[in-house]
Design a protein around this ligand. Structure first.
Ligand SMILES: [Zn+2]
Length: 339
């Protein structure tokens, strides 16, 4: 007989018991009495690491066997060792399948459900909220990566006028053009969720004509039109929040929202969407798509040099380029619009 602990399934009380196999029947004896059950009517689980085996009865009662080796020998003696092992393996397969299923559901939520929900929510967020987020981010940038622009107010107005001429009043998403210098960010422009489009002096220096700057702004307006910044922020926030809950530290996540917005990059899908918007906008005017294509290619070259010096994932720094490894693909998509 093998020493075991018996639980009757009704209380958590542990009954010391002995266990044995007799003619295909499991016999358990202890202070509760004696029960004999056909082997075929119990569920035998061999501990995966051979430490603890269990027998479950149909009525919820259970036996825990610590001396798994003796129990395995008993089973083997009855000619059913292989079955028990197979059963244990089946349980492992189920556990793995369940784990794989859980991973799949999480991955699908991340890839499809989350972007979908963020896409629904982002346009509904009040302007006051997005503007206050933008203000916070801009304030942070102005105190660090951004410096006052050296572009003359007159030139700023010229560019603003050309952007405004892209479409009739009311057709462009609400926005405000801001000019800054961004020595560490290089030639670039980026849109903040509230509608501020920041154009860097370095971009003006790189552009050979105003149309190129206007084309880049049109691309940023595309990000605004499709609420990409807010969608990105919502997705990152949800992911961080879930991770924060899991790790038990939500406060740092909330405090890190600004960093989140700065560090996240737009997906390729967002970039293509912004390009498509810019393309339509440019084609609807006497302007053409060529300046946007020219700028993309030139920026690619300029940023390739900077990448060699390794710049990180600030989306302001990367909006136009680093997140766009596929410049050729984007250029092709824009050229296809012309036809
Ligand atoms: Zn972009």
């Amino acid at each position: 007989m093998i020493a075991a602990d018996y639980f009757d399934g009704r209380s958590s009380r542990r009954h010391p018991a002995t266990l044995g196999l007799r003619d295909g029947t499991v016999v358990v004896e202890g202070d509760f009495g004696r029960r004999s059950t056909a082997l075929g009517a119990v569920e035998i689980c061999t501990g995966a690491d051979q430490t603890l085996s269990t027998i479950r009865f149909a009525d919820g009662a259970m036996c825990e066997i610590r001396d798994s080796a003796a129990w395995a020998a008993e089973l083997a003696g009855a000619g059913i060792g292989a079955d028990a092992v197979a059963h244990a393996e089946r349980r492992w397969h189920w556990a793995l399948a369940a784990l794989a299923g859980a991973v799949l559901i999480i991955a699908a939520s991340y890839a499809y459900a989350l972007p979908w929900i963020a896409g629904l929510l982002a346009p509904a967020i009040p302007q006051a909220v997005t503007q206050s987020i933008s203000d916070t981010v801009l304030k942070g940038l102005d105190g660090g990566l951004l410096a006052p622009s050296k572009t003359s107010p007159q030139r700023q107005q010229e560019i603003a006028a050309k952007v405004a001429a892209l479409a009739g009043p009311g057709q462009l998403p609400p926005h405000r053009l801001l000019f800054r210098a961004g020595p560490t960010l290089g030639p670039n422009a980026f849109a903040l969720p509230g509608g501020d489009v920041v154009v860097l002096d370095e971009l003006l220096a790189l552009a050979t004509r105003d149309e190129e700057v206007v084309a880049v702004v049109a691309h940023e307006l595309g990000h605004l039109r499709h609420h990409h910044g807010m969608r990105q922020l919502l997705q990152s926030a949800v992911v961080s929040f879930v991770v924060g809950v899991y790790l038990g530290d939500v406060s740092t996540v909330v405090a890190g929202l600004t960093a989140l917005l700065l560090e996240s990059r737009y997906s390729r899908e967002f970039e293509l969407e912004a390009d498509a918007y810019a393309g339509r906008l440019l084609l609807a005017t006497p302007a053409s798509i060529e300046p946007l294509i020219d700028t993309l290619l030139r920026l690619e070259q300029a940023h390739a040099k900077r990448r060699a010096a390794d710049r990180g994932g600030l989306f302001g720094a990367t909006d136009l380029l680093s997140s766009h490894p596929d410049t050729a693909g984007r250029v092709n998509a824009l050229r296809a619009m012309k036809r």
